[in-house]
Design a protein around this ligand. Sequence first.
Ligand code: ADP
Length: 301
Amino acid sequence: MKIVVLSTNPKLYSTRRLIEAGKARDHEMLILNHRRCYMNITSMRPSIHYRGEAVTGVDAIIPRIGASVSFYGAAVVRQFEMMGVYSVNESVAITRSRDKLRSSQLLSRKGIGLPVTGFANSPDDTEDLLNFVGGAPVVIKLLEGTQGVGVVLGETRQAAESVIEAFRGLGANFMVQEFIKEAGGSDLRCFVVGDKVVAAMMRSGKEGEFRSNLHRGGSAELVRITPEERSTAVRSAKIMGLNVAGVDLLRSNHGPVVMEVNSSPGLEGIEGATGKDVAGIIIQFIEKNARPGRTQSRGKG
Ligand code: ADP
């Protein structure tokens, strides 16, 4: 098969591993920088061009779209879908999962455990918002944040109110969330491919840090997850419509709660902590499922 990895950086571990795993299974592997893909959407025959040439004969794409190029990246994925190319994660699902608020709404509708979360637009409602998530301490999150940036712990009501005021002053969208103290600064990253959790790790923040992001100095180790955690992760990926997803869970007193469903989960941490060939598993999934025109949503939201 001819498989394209959409990535802005060929040097990234995840990109390199996917290329390596595909080649090891005799596929023709190609990296295209989605920022450099341009499209002809005027005719009945949609096409994608790259450095002066039309991109043709592609059987499948693996989008690795960073948060900073979500909008354009999703358009490139959608264009491939229009051309009948199989995408392991579809554009609609990627866009859906990028919006933390939209994701929470969709997951809550299906009964997935979530931290109690509040969202409001008007500054007049701050008090009630803090009340319904149970008062301080609370976690305040920028909707556009990634890798732990813009995730703040308001330990007292006064601190929480100041942070909310500051975010509002900047015109930023944010949500207020119940603080899951019992998670003890750790979370679970469940790597889902298809309808299975193929690898799972526990990430723990460095001393004194409630955020467990590896980018913030956290560490990762192999973990055994419970059947309930497993099914929560698989169902969450399915609700978002993602075939490949990193589902982040917190172990709360009321069972697993989902914090985020990531559509371009990194491979370095999970392969390092578990010793599993996750890249190979993704390629095998594509071998089984990629068919021309096999696009569920056809780019429609
Ligand atoms: P990002 O997408 O920026 O990584 P997250 O929502 O995943 O933001 O939060 C970053 C980290 O902060 C999580 O991995 C988790 O360890 C911690 N965290 C986030 N929300 C909560 C919460 N409600 N209760 C306890 N810890 C949390």
